[in-house]
Ligand binder design. Structure first.
Ligand code: GDP
Length: 592
């Protein structure tokens, strides 16, 4: 248990947080910066970010959310000991005409109904099949746009992606797109080499292409990617494909809790005469039951009917189950997170909080926990600068890409050209980047009004240039921002403790002899014990008061005795003979 529990609101300014934590604003700003957030004293950070920062600082304080408003933050799915195995969620993707639909038909043993007929442009059709008593959830992602739309909500929907490649056609642009999607979604890849029944089929060629050009190495060649030769037409290899999917899923140990309130994602929604809002949901955890109160984004309601993917009425739906429900009072958005709450009142309150949030969202510059986590995970690897490039003609496209590649970051920032092409910006370009950290550069191209609108709504970064050097300067600046800031410490002096007068929870009053340099107030202090091999860092503190011969002093030099008040983050028992090092710490932005 932490020594101290502090209640803070849903969001708090950096200055307020420093105050409640009893830290200097500089320390807090420095810590935020270390985590990739350049925040000012008046910037608001959310509760999760604050929690993460407190943890990173190692302060013995537990933050607790003031229960003043209803929160809309997504719960983190931490698994309990009671978590149970759940079916893998598998997406089938690939180039057009390579046989995605036929493969789904073959797996499900039925004709896949084309749900797009009703004019629903963004949705995911979801199905389930059983193989050797085990359920597999299958997602059909038409055109990949739906997938991109989901990503903007931070949803990592799929566990496994089956990439369908026609054996008589090989790797094509949408195959590459599918590989990229699988990788960004952190999903396992299983390759289905389809149409193996055809005379022109050349599975070896497909494998060679995948291995040499896309770093997907077949298991049989010593790699780690399962590739199965199948024919959606004759049914050859389908069972093996499913077995392999289950095998890959087993390695992942997919689990979820069922005795928690149900939660998941909205994967389709449309209005039906007589039924009202008909909504497709994919349950991620918990068990969904009829008559539950649901909230998803700004929509809420009480489940009137609960059906499985085939339209059969069911009584409960556990993790990884796709369902269709009716009872929402309005249509939730595709990609919204849904959750079950206790009452209609709570559902309504949450929905209205989201509504207000979405209305205010455009102008908000707040840092959220999700941003923070993203930044922290990014920090772990070399930073990526993701771009999409559109240009007027092939020649300028090539030179833009080539010039971008010459920007040298010493290997610290990787340039990823997610996609490139000739022609104006399209809605698809925007959807591809929505929610991710990708910049779309346009060189001598236009941004049609409808696309511009979508870009504003999705907050996609579109930058148009007519001069190549300006585009390159912009890219260089953006890449500089991705360089990890440097933390520079400047040594000021050292001291040896000669007496400890008082030790409180967060304050020490001690005296000592300045051994080198000088001591000044308001600098940072590192408290150490022993030296060489046995050197132990006891902690960091800040000098709040400095005295020489019992008089407050601005500086005390080498060879003189002084008294110090140290503000600590935790209780530290200093002893005679311990050393103090005085220093300042600055966060320095770096340049290319
Ligand atoms: P999708 O666009 O990826 O969904 O591809 P479809 O499933 O619509 O298939 C495209 C075409 O390829 C259709 O004419 C299918 O009949 C055909 N096709 C799909 N799988 C196979 C297969 O395994 N063998 C053969 N010979 N044809 C196939």
């Amino acid at each position: 248990m932490a020594e101290k529990v502090l209640s803070i609101a849903d969001s708090i300014t950096v200055g307020e947080l420093a105050e409640v934590l009893n830290l200097s604003v500089t320390t807090l700003v420095g810590e935020l910066f270390k985590n990739g957030i350049a925040a000012t004293i008046n910037q608001r950070i959310d509760f999760e970010t604050a929690t993460i920062i407190v943890e990173e600082l190692g302060i013995d304080v537990e933050l607790e959310k003031k229960e003043t408003t209803v929160t809309t933050e997504r719960r983190v799915h931490e698994l309990s000991a009671k978590a149970v195995e759940r079916p893998p969620i598998v997406a089938v993707m690939g180039h057009v005409d390579h046989g995605k639909t036929s493969l789904l038909d073959a797996i499900l043993g039925q004709k896949v109904v084309d749900g797009e007929a009703g004019g629903i442009t963004q949705h995911i059709s979801a199905y389930q099949t059983v193989r050797k008593d085990r359920t597999i959830t299958l997602l059909d992602t038409p055109g990949h746009e739906a997938f991109a739309a989901l990503r903007q909500h931070g949803a990592t929907l799929t566990d496994v992606v089956i990439i369908v490649v026609a054996a008589d056609d090989g790797v094509k642009p949408q195959t590459i797109e599918a590989i990229r999607f699988a990788r960004t979604a952190n999903a396992k890849i299983v390759v289905a080499i389809n149409k193996i029944d055809k005379e022109a089929a050349n599975a070896q060629l497909v494998k060679t292409q995948l291995a040499t050009e896309h770093n997907l190495n077949p298991e049989e060649w010593g790699g780690d990617v399962v590739m199965v030769e199948v024919s959606a037409k004759t049914g050859v290899g389908i069972d093996k494909l499913l077995d392999m999917v289950l095998l890959v899923a087993d390695i992942e140990e997919l689990k979820a809790d069922i005795d928690v309130p149900a939660e998941g994602l909205v994967i389709e929604s449309h209005m039906e005469t007589g039924r009202g809002a008909v909504v497709g949901l994919l349950v991620e955890q918990g068990a969904l039951t009829p008559s539950s109160f649901l909230v998803a984004g700004t929509a809420y309601g009480k489940i009137r009917t609960l059906q499985d993917f085939s339209g059969k009425t069911i009584k409960t739906a556990g993790p990884s189950t796709p369902v269709t429900v009716s009872g929402f009072k309005e249509l939730p958005q595709f990609g919204d997170i849904f959750e079950v709450v206790k009452s209609e009142k709570e559902a309504k309150a949450k929905a209205s909080v989201v509504r207000i949030e979405r209305e205010q969202n455009a102008a908000s510059t707040n840092v959220t926990g999700a941003d923070m986590l993203r930044l922290m995970t990014q920090k772990a690897e070399a930073s990526d600068f993701n771009v999409i490039i559109k240009a007027d003609v092939q020649g300028s496209l090539t030179s833009v890409i080539d010039s971008l590649k010459t920007i040298d970051t010493g290997g610290e920032v990787n340039l990823h050209v997610i996609s490139s092409g000739v022609g104006n910006m399209t809605e698809n370009d925007i959807r591809l980047v929505a929610g991710s950290n990708t910049v779309i550069y346009g060189f001598n191209v236009d941004l049609p009004p409808a696309v511009k609108q979508l870009a504003t709504r999705e907050r996609a970064e579109v930058r148009l240039y007519r001069v190549i050097y300006e585009l390159l300067d912009d890219a260089r600046l953006s890449m500089e921002k991705l360089l990890a800031p440097e933390i520079v410490e400047t040594q000021i002096g050292t001291l040896e403790i000669k007496g400890v007068f008082r030790t409180m929870k967060d304050e020490i009053i001690a005296g000592g002899l300045v051994k080198s340099g000088k001591v000044v107030p308001n600098v940072l202090v590192r408290m150490t014990r022993g030296k060489g091999q046995t050197l132990e860092v006891l902690g960091e503190a800040e000098i709040t008061n400095l005295q020489r011969e019992k008089i407050e002093s601005k500086e005390v030099f080498e060879g003189d005795m002084c008294g110090l008040s140290l503000k600590t983050h935790k209780k530290v028992m200093l002893e005679i003979g311990d050393k103090l090092e005085f220093f300042t710490r600055q966060v320095v932005e770096r340049h290319l």
